[in-house]
Design a protein around this ligand. Sequence first.
Ligand code: PMP
Length: 366
Amino acid sequence: PAAHPDQPAETIRLRPALENLPAYIAGKPAADDGIHRYKVSSNESHLPPIPSVRDAAVAAMESSNRYPDASAQQLRAALGQKHGVDPAQIALSTGSVAVSGDLVRAVVGEGDEVVFAWRSFEAYPILVGSHGGTPVPVPLTAAGDHDLEAMAAAVTERTRLVLLCTPNNPTGPSLSTEQVEDFLARVPEDVVVAIDEAYREFHDPATVLGTAGIFRRHGNVVLLRTFSKLQGLAGLRIGYAVAHPRLARALGQVTVPFGAGAPAQAAALASLAPEAAEELERRAERIRSERSRVMAGLREQGWELPASQGNFVYFPLGERSGEFAEFADARGLVLRAYGTDGVRATIAEEEANDRLLAIAGEWIAG
Ligand code: PMP
């Protein structure tokens, strides 16, 4: 490795906002030590993209010497149709985490406050803090739910943005239409409320958040969606927002130019085609039924876990979280530990889920 340059690091002037920022800790890759492990630490799809989607991405590679369509016309038209909105209400970027960052850049100034539940998606405090905003984390309830009462009370004159995550990563519970409507009624209309639905497709469809018409009633609402989870495109990086046209336009202004690459756009578009969407819905149904099976098995073992509507389950193990993750790792399962809060496991193929049940059973029998 090259030596560090002679210039002392202190002469590099960074923004003070970066000093105390936590690092984003990605799900661990499985160690390369000859032990076969299932990697269930990043809520990815354990299946590769479906063939028609992969083929579309590969075909788009043919013209990857050219920049992608910056306005992503076809994809935004298809997404507009899916959501029953004008394509001008769709804003794309390199994953929904990037869209969330765009949202912060578009509405949050130095010292403005952003309210979100905690623990939730770990990128939130980083995105807010790195842009000079003030993160206002509001503790979840003991059951791992958003405390919407406390979140509404945390909104001040400095609040510019509220981030709701449903189903909540990493704990799993979701918000009902009624809960969200009640919350929106309590928050001033000049505060943007983003609803991060990265795991929406895994939700029980009978009770999933109703979003049709939400923009007619609430111009301050933004939906955040991704192709990283059910669609299996985490490596391609594409996500989007559905928002009021004025806000969607602002997102387009602040986003990195050409953020959504051509293969990513093509793959996303192909996954919206009716046959692909049906195939993906079958995949979602399998995850839901495996989640039920795993949850039932864990509860039978004596675990008390938050309800989950995501493609993951959460073990609120407190101080023993790291220990449990290591215990699982030694037995062929890579989990995600969150400090001294808990451990999250992605629902994946049957064998991985079986292994989770076996490990959790061994631990609790302890
Ligand atoms: N929101 C939540 C709640 C997530 O868990 C994730 C992924 N871990 C994302 C957003 C980001 O997804 P993407 O890959 O689209 O950036």
